[in-house]
Design a protein around this ligand. Structure first.
Ligand code: NAI
Length: 459
């Protein structure tokens, strides 16, 4: 079998000790992988003044797969997190985490085996935030067709490759009808390409409740960024915490796998580090590369070592990092490892499709800063004031409900016919001339009478 080159970033603290365990297990299992060493973290900062030198990014791009140990983020000095730098530089659009019950890792459940695929770039994590008034903060939640499609397609591809049976879309589309609604619609669209895999969806709050009561019902979960962030840690918790949680960040052209835990400076260099999480990350990496047989052999050996009581101190055992590694190597069964190989990323890199629609502009929402209900003109040019809302609740026309009002009112101006951006500008000019303190504007579009915006509560 052809040797493949993988970039290895050992990282800081316990990084070198736990990466040595992967190097030794791969060598013993005769995995057709050779390592190309690259640096990131404290060593790179000391040598180059940069936590992620360009050579390291080049190495990952060249080899397309990397395994990374934990890196320390210095609190002082303004150094950016190595992980965030790598994720952004390589556009790693999906985060993948395996939550699997492990023998000897004591938890309430013994039957969890969930793969969590989280969209990794957009949602509220695009970091587009503005104060609207001194009292009102706004964060834009951007869900895109392409971003959702990339993560969702990856989830189905992994399910197919690993013989998993079901992919569940986790969302809050009952409330976020448009943004999470788009994620759910894309999920349903992609699901039709994978008829052999069951596809269903669940609201995120119910999902959390089900995960902590009957986690065995879930197989693969796919989520937008924010829910994914929270639910993946919840899943780590039900299988024994972040200490044993593996993960990977997947991009269109490359992928970086790493343990979820940090560099554990308190135990570094003492031979106490538990390599389970990085070994499981390397298992995920082999699955990504299509080397399914080797991945299973290593995972089985790791599980049987733990089941036989070979464990490090953090799991209540007495084995050192190297004794634990030797325990895994002694239990490796390589029968069939070489033969179970599937093509890596078959179809996953397919270009997300974009759609176009003929949008008709019919109005705008003008957000105005005001203390108390603002006096707004009911007619301006082609526009009629349809409603005023405060934090999404209608406060005009009709009696203003007895609610706490903040200094941020949305005024919905709608025309009977199509309007232009010029009409909207004229409206804003007139409101400006009247001294209205507008702070934010959204256009209202429709397609064949179907609005491309949400209705206010009570509208
Ligand atoms: P940490 O995960 O390094 O340590 C928390 C506790 O868990 C410590 O008591 C540690 O000894 C223990 N621990 C962690 N991994 C272990 C392992 N494999 N075996 C045995 N015990 C283990 O979290 P902490 O202390 O908050 O962060 C330390 C440094 O790591 C910080 O500089 C932080 O920025 C960085 N970090 C890096 C991450 C990454 O590169 N992916 C992720 C999280 C933190």
């Amino acid at each position: 079998m052809d040797m493949r080159t993988v970039t290895l970033i050992q990282g800081d603290g316990i990084g070198q000790e736990i990466c040595q365990s992967v190097i030794d297990v791969f060598a013993a299992a005769k995995v057709p992988v050779q390592w190309e060493m690259a640096i990131a973290g404290l060593e790179a900062i000391e040598k180059f003044g940069n936590g992620v030198p360009p050579e390291t990014l080049e190495s990952i791009k060249r080899n397309t797969v990397a395994l990374k140990g934990p890196t320390t983020t210095p609190i002082a000095g303004g150094h950016k997190s190595v992980n965030v730098t790598i994720r952004k530089a390589l556009e790693l659009y999906a985060n993948v985490r395996l939550a699997k019950s492990m023998p000897a890792v004591e938890t309430r459940f013994s039957n969890v085996d969930v793969l969590i695929v989280r969209e990794n770039i957009e949602d509220t994590y695009s970091g587009i935030e503005h104060m609207q008034t001194p009292n009102v903060a706004q964060c834009l939640k951007l869900i895109t067709r392409q971003g959702s499609m990339a993560a969702i397609r990856y989830a189905f591809e992994e399910a197919r490759k690993l013989g998993r049976k079901k992919v569940t879309c986790v969302h809050k589309a009952n409330i976020h009808k448009i943004s999470d609604g788009l994620f759910l619609n894309v999920f349903r669209e992609v699901a039709t390409e994978y008829p052999e895999i069951e596809a269903n969806d669940i609201i995120v709050d119910n999902c959390c409740m089900q995960l902590v009561s009957r986690p065995e019902q879930f197989d693969v979960l796919v989520l937008p960024n924010l829910y994914g962030d929270i639910v993946s840690d919840l899943c780590a918790g039900i299988v024994g915490g972040l200490g044993v949680a593996p993960g990977g960040n997947i991009g269109r052209d490359c992928a970086v796998f790493e343990a979820v835990h940090g560099s554990a400076p308190d135990i570094a260099g003492k031979g106490l580090a538990n390599p389970t999480a990085i070994l499981l990350s390397s298992v995920q990496m082999l699955q990504y590369m299509g080397l399914i047989g080797y991945a299973s052999a290593i995972q089985n050996a790791l599980e049987s070592a733990l089941a036989d009581g070979v464990k490090t101190r953090d799991l209540g055992g007495t084995a050192s990092t190297s004794e634990f590694t030797a325990g895994i190597i002694a239990r490796l069964n390589l029968d069939g490892a070489e033969s179970n190989v599937v093509p890596a990323r078959d179809g996953a890199a397919k270009e997300p499709t974009m759609i176009s629609e003929d949008w008709e502009l019919i109005g705008c929402d003008v957000f105005v800063e005001n203390h108390g209900l603002p006096q707004m003109p009911e007619k301006i040019g082609p526009f009629t004031l349809r409603l005023i809302s405060n934090r999404g609740t209608k406060v005009w026309p009709g009696a203003t409900p007895d609610i706490m009002l903040v200094d941020h009112f949305r005024n919905r101006y709608v025309a009977d016919t199509s309007v232009t951006r010029q009409d909207v500008l004229a409206l804003l000019q007139e409101l400006t001339a009247m001294g209205k303190h507008w702070c934010h504007v959204e256009l209202l579009n429709q397609v064949a009478g179907e609005p491309r915006y949400s209705k206010a509560q009570g509208e």
